[in-house]
Design a protein around this ligand. Structure first.
Ligand SMILES: NC(=O)C1=CN([C@@H]2O[C@H](COP(=O)(O)OP(=O)(O)OC[C@H]3O[C@@H](n4cnc5c(N)ncnc54)[C@H](O)[C@@H]3O)[C@@H](O)[C@H]2O)C=CC1
Ligand SMILES: O=C(O)C1=N[C@H](C(=O)O)C[C@H](O)C1
Length: 264
């Protein structure tokens, strides 16, 4: 059994993680970190599963008082980063789904893992299909260097572009030589019309109620286009990846960035 803390238990992903822990047999919930309900039992909070585990508002108290192996963070970019560092400082292995970390923050976390010899997983997308979509896109970029990424999410999302889109662009960048796309004299008559730019490729972010998490990677070539598309219809789609990461993080001693490194 792996003892886990969940940060962000009342959020959309946090709730789905609690339900997954309740359903699967390999994880034990030993505590939660939340912005309210200090020292209340999870089972006493309306809408949460019936766990006999305490909620803490103070992460230091949570990490000290629980015998946790893993901290699952599903919060916000700012708090997720602080939780990850606090967790590593207590020897508790972070599994982070929270997106929006900067390159500098990822470098810093890599360094802390190395110094402490302790593993961490940060995965911009825990859905197996999304990981495959990113890998297929990387492969396609070898043959189609012209590409645009369109990501679509629910309108409560804080970060744009999505962590998945950023990771996809990074993977494509590893495969193709830097390229400015579109007409060399292209001008935006409305700022932002062409989207965000990563090494010449464009990322477009859509936010609408009704959406969950969706991405299309569209490649263009001579007389043809190729679209690689993934849709998460609900948050359960991410949970097998969260569970796998909790298992695998116990076996590693560095930061793993991306679920693709853990899938066999
Ligand atoms: N890696 C993946 O596969 C996925 C990642 N995400 C990411 O997970 C994160 C959470 O997403 P959602 O659940 O949709 O957001 P949400 O807004 O529904 O939930 C976030 C929760 O974090 C809580 N929170 C904020 N500050 C906190 C703090 N200091 N301590 C404890 N809890 C705190 C909020 O109260 C809220 O309940 C986002 O960064 C999102 O991009 C979302 C879906 C999949
Ligand atoms: O906020 C979300 O919902 C999601 N966030 C992740 C991201 O930023 O890529 C993963 C997934 O797209 C859902």
């Amino acid at each position: 059994m792996i003892n886990v803390i969940v940060a962000g238990p009342r959020g959309k992903m946090g709730k789905a993680a609690l339900e997954m822990i309740m359903k699967e047999g390999n994880l034990t919930l030993v505590g939660c970190i939340d912005r309210k309900n200090d020292r209340t039992m999870v089972k006493d909070i309306e809408g949460l599963p019936a766990f006999d585990a305490l909620i803490y508002e103070n992460i230091e108290e949570c990490l000290t008082e629980t015998n946790a192996d893993v901290l699952i963070d599903l919060t916000t970019p700012e708090h997720g980063y602080n939780h990850t560092k606090a967790s590593l400082n207590h020897g508790v292995r972070p599994v982070v789904g929270t997106t929006g970390f900067t390159e500098d923050q990822l470098q810093e976390i890599t360094g802390i893992c190395e110094d402490k010899g302790i593993g961490a997983v940060i995965a911009p997308n825990f859905a197996t299909g999304a990981v495959l979509m990113m890998q297929f896109a990387k492969w396609a970029a070898k043959h189609f260097p012209d590409v645009e990424i369109i990501e679509k999410h629910h309108d409560q999302k804080l970060d744009a572009p999505s962590g998945t889109a950023v990771k996809t662009a990074q993977l494509i960048k590893e495969e193709r030589t830097s390229k400015v796309q579109g007409h060399p004299d292209e001008k935006e008559t409305l700022e932002g019309a062409r989207g965000a730019d990563v090494d010449g490729m464009k990322i477009h972010s859509m936010r609408l109620p009704g959406l969950v998490a969706h991405q299309e990677v569209v490649f263009g070539g001579e007389g043809q286009t190729l679209t690689i598309k993934h849709d998460s219809m609900n948050r359960a789609s991410f949970m097998s990846g969260v569970n796998l990461s909790c298992e695998k993080v116990m076996e590693i001693d560095t930061l793993v960035y991306g679920l693709e490194h853990l899938l066999e």
